[in-house]
Design a protein around this ligand. Sequence first.
Ligand code: SF4
Length: 331
Amino acid sequence: MATKSTIAWTQKTWNPLAGCTRVSSGCENCYAEKMSRRLAKMAAVHPETAGRKSHYLKVIGQNGHWNHRIALIEEALADPLRWRKPSVIFVNSMSDLFHEEVPLAFILRVFAVMQQTPRHTYQVLTKRAERLREFDAQLPWLPNIWMGVSVETEKQVSRIDDLRGTHAAVKFLSLEPLLGPLPGLDLKGIDWVITGGESGSGARSMDAAWVRDIRDQCVRGKVPFFFKQWGKRRNNPDATDPSAKAKKGGGSGKGGHMLDGRIWDETPKGWSKGSWSPFAQASVANQADSIVPTAIHDGPRTASQPGGAIADVSPIVSMATEPQVRHAEGV
Ligand code: SF4
């Protein structure tokens, strides 16, 4: 499934899994569930052309919510091998790679694809930080794999310790949807912090003071800071924020993304955005991607961390192309 992303901190999404289960308050308005419901309906109406959308029928129950099953989308596994243009890829925007029902063997296959495509930068994000920590030693961490945990209130702060205990080369925090203050964060060993407010119907409020405090903690700790969005216009204290309106050519439209008169779009130290402009997504993703008939291997596959063996990614995928779906984030 072609996967241009509207998420400001990534370029495209890769979804070798479908389905999830709510684990904390950040899941309440889960976008992935809403999108999965939509895809499942589309698949039910046109089963003959459903393609990968048919997987979403397996994970949405009669009540329109997650049925707590996980679908392993084998045919999606090798998508990044076909994406020639180096991209920043959010892994599993529609699920959580470390969900309890995802076998370690499948997680290793996802990591194997990431190993084989060092031209891409991968952003893996989980709320299952304990399971991440449990498997850490078996995962082949490479510099192109960024590992993050979501934290929405102080109740989830222990996820940061689990992340810190891993061998991931780049560790990041997604403090979104930000649902409460997060004072006194331990940012030791953390390479990047993202935050933002909830958007969409039923979105909960975010206080500007929470955002400023996180920004100030990052500045003091010299940790790159990325402010994604206010979520709702009412959260934005600046009535004149020009980014609050512009949806084309640089604006998020989700309440704006300027904080005290500037855009905070820092990225991990030593990593270059190149020509990528985080808040001008529309013209970026998928432009140069071309479908190639076989798996591509990008040079030597060495793993520098524990668990360095390369897992089998076979069977390699079917080559069916499908309609483009814009994904927002779930985890
Ligand atoms: S996809 Fe993410 S937000 Fe949605 S239920 Fe799973 S963990 Fe929660």
